[in-house]
Write a protein that binds this ligand. Structure first.
Ligand code: ATR
Length: 286
């Protein structure tokens, strides 16, 4: 009798050393007593297809895909979920028989973070302003549309990229010029930053959020630092603030379930573990 190989999964990117996915999935493997592993695999640009061929071999159930391979992963998959199709990018892959499947879990991750940290939001939120027009913006737009929002305004420095997102997602999407960002906030129930502004080493996001209505939600996809200036402003002004860490944690859960068969929980212990890692790295950098 042959012994089946231990289940494995990994994250692949270039570089991939910074990824916190091994910390998250390692925690879940230990928590659920699964004799498996989750590794980092560095895949140079142009070599994603070769990496994809390894999925399904020697217990490798699947992978998370990070920068710069999310579009290459989309192309390499034989089939994709409707969410991944809408996003044009894949961050989670697995094999079913000979078929390589691709999914994008960022939208689900964003919804999970709001459900956890802004309880009741689905009843209250009708309109949104999203800053940025990259992959994270598309995920957030998709998520908010799926939650039934009536109006989503994409504000981006490069207006053509904002228009491209709006065209991809239909008539509930609008665009506005970067300089008008603050003026868009009066009608918004939620503001989401998906730009890289506010991230460690980047410029801060210069926006006056005081025009938001009382009780509005301010969310930031940035999670290093854990509390961006935007999130601090939001708290100071009494808004409901949702940092980016929740999105990172919740987007990881569907992949773990695909590969290891258990839907994992985002616990406060896991959150603390990743927060400590981020703070540790922050200390080394400064
Ligand atoms: P991701 O896929 O992670 O969302 P991305 O595609 O690199 O990342 O998008 C980064 C976003 O941050 C973009 O919306 C970018 O604006 P442009 O489309 O104009 O490049 C935004 N961004 C980055 N630096 C910025 C800056 N200094 N001012 C305003 N927006 C900025």
């Amino acid at each position: 009798m042959t012994i089946p190989p231990r289940p494995r999964a990994c994250v692949t990117g270039w570089p991939v050393g910074h990824s916190r996915s091994p910390l998250i999935h390692g925690y879940w493997l230990r928590t659920y007593g699964i004799e498996g592993s989750y590794e980092r695999v560095a895949t140079p640009p142009g070599e994603f297809k070769r990496f994809a061929a390894s999925i399904g071999i020697d217990g490798l159930r699947g992978a998370n895909v990070t920068v710069p391979h999310k579009v290459a992963a989309f192309a390499a998959c034989d089939r994709r979920t409707s969410v991944a199709e809408a996003m044009g990018a894949v961050n989670t892959i697995w094999r079913e028989g000979s078929v390589l499947w691709g999914e994008n879990t960022d939208a689900e991750g964003f919804l999970g973070s709001l459900d956890e940290e802004a309880t009741g939001w689905r009843r209250e939120v009708r309109s949104a302003v999203i800053l940025g027009a990259g992959g994270a913006s598309r995920a957030v737009a998709f998520a908010l549309l799926s939650a039934g929002l009536e109006r989503i305004t994409i504000v981006n420095r490069t207006i053509d990229r904002a228009k491209a997102v709006a065209e991809a997602f239909g008539p509930r999407l609008f665009v506005s010029d970067w300089k008008e960002a603050s003026n868009e906030l009066g009608d918004a129930d939620i503001l989401v930053n998906t730009t890289s502004l506010g991230m460690s080493g980047q410029n801060r996001l210069e926006i006056d959020i005081s025009a938001l209505r009382p009780g509005a939600i301010v969310a930031d996809a940035v999670y290093v630092p854990l509390e961006t200036a935007l999130i601090q402003d939001a708290r100071r002004l009494g808004y409901r603030a949702v940092g980016g860490l929740g999105m990172l944690l919740h987007q990881a859960a569907p992949g773990f379930e695909r590969w290891f068969g258990i839907r994992p929980s985002v616990t406060s212990e896991l959150r603390g573990l990743v927060e400590a890692d981020i703070l540790g790295i922050g200390a080394k950098v400064s």
